[in-house]
Design a protein around this ligand. Structure first.
Ligand code: GAP
Length: 515
């Protein structure tokens, strides 16, 4: 774990050093859990959004996009259940004055038991070598069995307390498990209270409750309230989906782990409207499609499903796709079967019908909804954590040197290609390189760099994940060829100038990710 903590620290400082992510308002010592994306960060984030948007909207005839406003009529949030039920259980430590989410304290306690199981397994693996059968060990080792049972009991009791909003039992669990404040070690806790996560603000001209507005805590409601507008204008038939990318805001009690949990973040959500009774089928379909979307980028062993133990107020089934972040497996995306909860509730609160006329059944009904919801910032963190690599490579003197390289999928890399004249002080080389760069920049994000020795320039491009470097040397002036260096294999090929755009475009094209 110490190594993983170390790795996570390195990734966060790499993000800052190379202009991917900055603390928001840093000159004023920052604002907690809010971040700004820098020059490379914004391109990488846009590429992630593009991969999502194209896979969901462009690749599905029956999915269309919208971009709804962040502010919505306040009744929206009454209807959606967020005013009454979008709470997290909060607890303070009286000695350290630190505030925590009660459920997270309990989950962390459970994770420690899981770590004990994993330690036991690692030890046994070493002892038994190739003959080790993990499945059998898990099923028979008494210590593993006892800890697995403990974990299951903790999960079940936590889920029951969360589903019923039983704050007293959450407090009882913290006391029974002897959970101490991670900061001070003190067990002197306040009562557990519900804390609503929505930020509110005030509409200019109207004072008091009537003018109270919320910053949307999810983008989904902008889709629900536009269901009929979209269905009528696009003449979509069920099943069909509406997709949206946009900001969401949550007053998270504890916002740590860099961009994993932020107070202002971005979601990429898709609501898929289906005939009542067909939601289970579509839920399974989207679980599968979304996992494949992630697998196109990340090794399968870093991804897993996790069924929700306690369901949100709107869902009849829910699963997370978890990613193996440097701090362990955590939620990256949620797939939720939301029933007809939202549309029905908006019907009730607005007095407007939000129904679909089914020509085959010759009847009107409120569709059911299966949603896929992924945090863009979390996807960014997963992508950059997966890409960050420290490795030894041959150096110019025949020895070895360490390099830091972002092994980003070329389709997501912020800069696709860098053009480097071999020497800075040779105008014939720099002019030629500039001409090549001016042509390439029309096709993709491209960079020109002439400062420092060529080796250092390669390292700079490696550190931001540029998949291809083009070197312009004296042979280029003779035969119009350049060297193209591939980031991961370090292989160099000689190609003609008029082929660069075609080759780089082909190898960095986003369509290769589509499944
Ligand atoms: N419309 C459903 C919904 O909002 P959610 O599980 O609360 O469901 C969906 O959020 C996704 O949004 C999460 O899987 C996560 O990737 C992202 N997300 C949620 N809260 C976040 C936060 N505070 N910071 C960054 N991303 C967050």
């Amino acid at each position: 774990m110490a190594n993983q903590d170390e790795l996570f620290k390195k990734i966060t400082s790499h993000c800052k050093e190379y202009g991917f992510i900055f603390q928001s308002s840093e000159i004023y010592d920052g604002l907690s859990a809010t971040y700004d994306y820098g020059p490379y960060g914004v391109i990488l984030k846009n590429n992630i959004k593009q991969y999502w948007w194209k896979s969901m909207v462009q690749m599905h005839e029956n999915i269309v996009g919208i971009d709804a406003a962040i502010f919505m009529h306040p009744t929206t949030w009454k209807a959606s259940g967020h005013v009454d039920a979008f709470n997290d259980p909060m607890v303070d430590n009286k000695d350290s004055k630190k505030r925590y989410r009660a459920d997270v304290l309990i989950e962390n306690y459970r994770d420690k038991i899981e770590a004990k199981i994993n330690k036991e397994i690692t030890k046994a693996k070493k002892r038994f070598g190739d003959a080790f059968d993990e499945e059998q060990f898990r099923a028979t080792n008494p210590r593993v069995l006892a800890n697995a049972e403990k974990m299951e009991n903790i999960s079940k009791r936590l889920a029951t307390a969360m589903t019923h909003g039983d704050m007293e039992d959450l407090k009882a669990q913290i006391e029974e498990y002897g959970i101490a404040c991670p900061d001070s070690g003190s067990k002197n806790w306040t009562e557990v209270r519900q804390f609503n996560l929505m930020f509110s603000t005030q509409l200019g001209a109207i004072a008091g409750e009537a003018g109270k507005l919320y910053l949307r805590p999810e983008t989904a409601q902008g889709i629900f309230v536009n269901f009929l507008n979209v269905q009528k204008t696009t003449r979509q038939k069920l099943p069909f989906g509406i997709a949206q990318i946009g900001k969401a805001f949550r007053n998270e009690i504890v916002a740590r782990q860099f961009i994993f949990r932020m107070r202002e973040f971005e979601q990429m959500e898709m609501q898929f409207f289906v005939k009542p009774g067909e939601q289970k089928k579509w839920y399974e379909y989207w679980k599968d499609v979304r996992l494949k979307w992630h697998q196109a980028l990340h090794n399968s062993e870093n991804l897993r499903y996790h069924d929700h133990d306690n369901l949100a107020h709107y869902a009849d089934a829910a699963v997370d796709i978890e990613f193996n972040f440097p701090f362990g497996f955590k939620e990256l995306e949620g797939i939720h079967s939301r029933t007809d909860f939202d549309l029905s509730s908006h019907e009730k609160h607005s007095g407007k019908k939000l129904q679909y006329f089914d020509p085959e059944m010759n009847d009107n009904y409120v569709p059911y909804v299966v949603e896929t919801s992924i945090g863009c910032d979390r996807m960014f963190l997963a992508t950059i954590s997966h890409a960050y690599t420290e490795e030894m490579v041959p150096d110019a003197k025949g020895g070895e040197a360490q390099r830091i390289v972002l092994k980003l999928n070329p389709a997501l890399a912020p800069i696709k290609c860098a053009v480097l004249p071999l020497l800075k002080n040779k105008p014939e080389l720099t002019e030629k390189a500039r001409t090549i760069f001016n042509h390439l920049k029309m096709h993709f994000d491209c960079q020109y760099d002439e400062k420092d020795a060529i080796g250092r320039r390669y390292r700079r491009q490696d550190a931001i994940g540029t998949p291809y470097c083009i070197t312009v040397d004296f042979d280029t002036l003779e035969d119009d060829t350049v060297t193209i260096r591939e980031r991961d294999s370090l292989q160099q090929e000689r190609i003609s100038i008029d082929k660069i755009a075609e080759i780089v475009k082909k190898r960095t094209d986003i369509t290769q990710l589509f499944v």
